[in-house]
Design a protein around this ligand. Sequence first.
Ligand code: NZQ
Ligand code: ZN
Length: 387
Amino acid sequence: MLFDFTYYNPTRIHFGKDSLSQLKGELEQFGESILLVYGKNSIKKMGLYDKVIAILEESGKKVVELAGVMSNPTYEKVLEGSKLVRDNKVSLILAVGGGSVIDCAKAISVSAYCEGDAFTRYWLNFEPVNNEIVPVGSVLTMVGTGSEMNGGSVITNEEMKIKTGRVYSPDVYPKFSILNPEYTYSVPQYQMVSGVFDIMSHLMEQYFSGTDNNTTDYVIEGVLRSVIDNTRVAIKNPKDYEARSNIMWSATLALNTVTGLSKEQDWEVHMIEHQLGAYTDCAHGMGLAAISIPYYRYIYSYGLDKFVRFATEVWHVSAEGKTKDEIALEGLNCLESFIRECGMVTSLKELGATADMLPLIANSTVLGGGYKKLTAEEVLEILKRCY
Ligand code: NZQ
Ligand code: ZN
């Protein structure tokens, strides 16, 4: 059964090899002053910076730049960008990069005109945004987060040692996002497979909850199969357009709310990973990969039928002559083998965590949407198994 819902997603997607040609038309709706937000050096290395600047200049825009957005963007960087927005009366924040750059742009969008401390008000107290929201647009270069078509913005407050996400209303979603799969060719394999696991985790967080028979779960199974098949191809040949384009669109679908529509959701792996990220600054998807197998082995028996379905529908495990427990565990073994096959991380140690950090990471938020609501002691137990 599907719960009642209203669905609305305002982000216009331009997808494909020629999609950057749509940027000029998009820019027409905004004023003169543009804040260009990007990461360390990848967009300059791949020649995308020059192309974007040329289009901005042709469009008669005045460009202000916020460079050096780091993976796991900090609140300090958000405040730096917010000041640039106010000082230059920016009418569009154009993010060119991966999830960190787009998340940072959205954070600037809600923080620039916020009275008081935006992190406390919006990320910690979840207050509705009651100030001007500066529009955001994006050109995506690294896939995984789905930030290009959602309201998520995950920010690290280094002073508070908190990495936390907030999902904003459609007013904060990018107005447009340009998705050219060719831009992802240069993503190093470590980052690529980290992004792949992020996609898979978004799908599994939405899948492993609820017992209803609904279309959303069938969609998730299909997208997971596409990600698995196409990742195998992209690892062998990073410039395989078909594989890269399928992975790119799967990432967007995995977190543009379509695959969470009208069903219960878990998100516990993400809650633990965000806290891990605050202590280790690890690649998000790698943190998720290290946590997922111990977590799912710990909780699978509480949602046994769904884990059986995962094994047979996603991993094609044969059910013949096996108990439900055997089938479910075989499915999780397939997931673990895939993690190893792709070179994803399987332990927290590899990500720089130390034993004394585990109790601090275990203080992560417990949402309780999954098959088992964990206690802090259980989170710690799972972390020890991931260590
Ligand atoms: O800084 P540059 O030089 O650009 O290098 C980046 C960065 O080092 C590099 N890169 C990006 N595109 C490239 C490239 N290198 C070569 N060629 C390209 N085309 O990749 C590295 C990682 O980039 P980053 O943006 O940090 O990765 P990702 O897209 O995985 O974003 C991670 C952040 O998003 C948050 C995560 O927690 C993390 O902070 N998330 C955001 C979500 C959302 N908005 O809905 C949901 C997710 O669950 C996630 O929590
Ligand atoms: Zn994620």
